[in-house]
Ligand binder design. Structure first.
Ligand code: PLP
Length: 391
């Protein structure tokens, strides 16, 4: 497990992103953290490890550098990075749950998280229940009805951008002895600080905003509790889903500019969401920065400096219009995933959320999800306008 680099603890988030864990290389003074492409490390006599490095499944300096940096940006004591977001989620849950334990999840969590739980954890004896986590009364009733190890929260959620009050959820959950995990992938550590709001663990798919350039798949678990960090690090080493040194280097580079990017993603998205709301082809816009969004007030309190780059819209013309809209853009690329510098567009029911069709997590068929990039806002709006005109 890697501890945060606390040398910059009193500096701002942008300073931490650039300096924490990024001490110039001791040997050469290289300013950019070297990519330590090595599986093993010379020992100076048996057991004489240099800096604790023995084998790269257990520990690698490039990975350590990213873990120290991300933990410092998050304000967490510990960070462990993984080869994917789902590997991070899998290891956190497997390290801390046992057959017979129960987990309560929101009804619009990431489809892959639901698939992992329902298809892998449930057959192993973990009980899974689903609740509308944005509905405080329903959440409280569920927490009181059964003893849960975890409540799993995504806010903003995917794809409907539902907003859950993290501090209130943590307070209610803790009254019942339940811990709270927040998948903070959509907000990123720039806009939202779940641990400070009372959550017990944060997970990321670094594939999205943290990597930020659609060129790396990765994940991370961040916690303050040393016992949980120990258990996660143990299983990470025992099971082996570690990122490569090159993956870690891409994550380091992405994290350095995350603040700038997320502010531009958010500014573009707010402008585009307001524009979409005025279009007759659009039946409904889901964006937490809009006053029409049911979670706007909580989001305005809980998110700092923007509402993120994700927008979903429902097309008045139904599923066919949704598919045609998503296939008619010039700058928005039709693709799964999100959080990169380039704008993406997709139809969740047929693409990212196909695996939850027929479940309680099913999404509307006329929904189109937009990942707003950091291109010029006027160009993005012109592109969406010409695509809508083709309906
Ligand atoms: C993409 C994503 C994941 C899974 O991450 P991978 O890196 O694809 O394994 C988990 N949660 C959310 C919210 C995501 O968007």
């Amino acid at each position: 497990m890697t501890r945060a680099d606390t040398n910059y603890a009193h500096d701002g988030i942008a300073t931490r992103a650039i300096h924490a864990g990024q001490e110039p290389d001791a040997l050469t003074g290289a300013v950019s953290t070297p990519i330590y492409m090595t599986s093993t490390f010379k020992q100076d006599g048996v057991g004489g490890l240099r800096g604790g490095y023995d084998y790269s499944r257990s520990v690698n300096p490039t990975r350590t550098s990213f873990d120290e940096q991300l933990a410092a940006v998050e304000g967490a004591a510990f960070s462990m990075s993984f080869s994917s977001g789902l590997a991070a989620i899998d290891v956190l849950l497997r390290a801390t749950m046992r057959p017979g334990d129960s987990i309560l999840i929101g009804n619009d969590v990431y489809g892959g998280t639901y698939r992992l739980l329902s298809k892998v954890f449930v057959p192993w004896g973990v009980e899974l229940d689903v609740v509308d986590a944005t509905d405080v009364a329903a959440l409280n009733a569920a927490l009181g009805a059964k003893s849960y190890r975890y409540v799993w929260v995504e806010t903003p959620s995917n794809p409907l951008l539902g907003i859950t009050d993290i501090a209130l959820t943590a307070q209610l959950a803790h009254e019942h002895g339940t811990k709270v995990v927040v998948d903070n992938t959509f907000a990123s550590p720039i806009l939202q600080h779940p641990l400070a709001d009372g959550a017990d663990a944060v997970v990321y798919s670094t594939t999205k905003y943290i990597g930020g350039h659609s060129d790396v798949v990765g994940g991370a678990v961040l916690v303050n509790d040393p016992e949980v960090a120990d258990a996660v690090a143990f299983l990470q080493n025992a099971a082996g889903a570690v990122p490569s040194p090159f993956d870690s280097w891409l994550d380091i580079r992405g994290l350095k500019t995350l603040g700038l990017r997320v502010r531009k993603h958010s500014a573009n998205a707010l402008e585009i969401a307001q524009w979409l709301e005025r279009r007759p082809e659009i039946e409904r816009v889901w964006y937490p920065g809009l006053e029409s969004h049911p979670g706007h007030e909580i989001a305005a309190r809980q998110m700092h400096g923007g509402f993120g780059g994700m927008i979903s819209v429902q097309l008045a013309g139904g599923p066919e219009a949704a598919q045609r809209f998503a296939s008619s853009t010039r700058l928005f690329t039709l693709a799964e995933s999100l959080g990169g510098v380039e704008s993406l567009i997709e139809v969740p029911a047929a693409m990212t959320h196909a695996s939850v069709s027929g479940t309680t997590l099913e999404v509307p068929a006329n929904l189109v999800r937009l990942s707003i990039g950091i291109e010029d806002d006027g160009d993005l709006i012109a592109d969406l306008e010409q695509a809508l005109q083709q309906l």
